[in-house]
Ligand binder design. Sequence first.
Ligand SMILES: [Zn+2]
Length: 107
Amino acid sequence: MDKAPVLISLERKDTYCILAFSDDNTFRLDYLEVRKHCQCAKCKPRQVNEQIKIEFEEEISRMMLVKPKVEQVGNYAIRFEWPTGCSSGIHSFEHLRKISESSGQKV
Ligand SMILES: [Zn+2]
């Protein structure tokens, strides 16, 4: 198996970001999707089963999603800071790659 791809750049647009990985794959990912998969202590328990998840996703979809601040955490993750609520969501590169593949678009 190859080494897990590392995120090499993240470009912030108004409603989505462009994520480039070390294996030459680049994805366009809506902030909405990042937020729906937030791993912080507040959001993670709201993704444990389908029923809870639907409510959680509806709540997020209703929010005005403002461009988050991003900050790199070590060599393995990105922290997204949302003006509306959660701010401690650390998204590992591996997690970001997974949501890029499932919910993003390859560019
Ligand atoms: Zn969160």
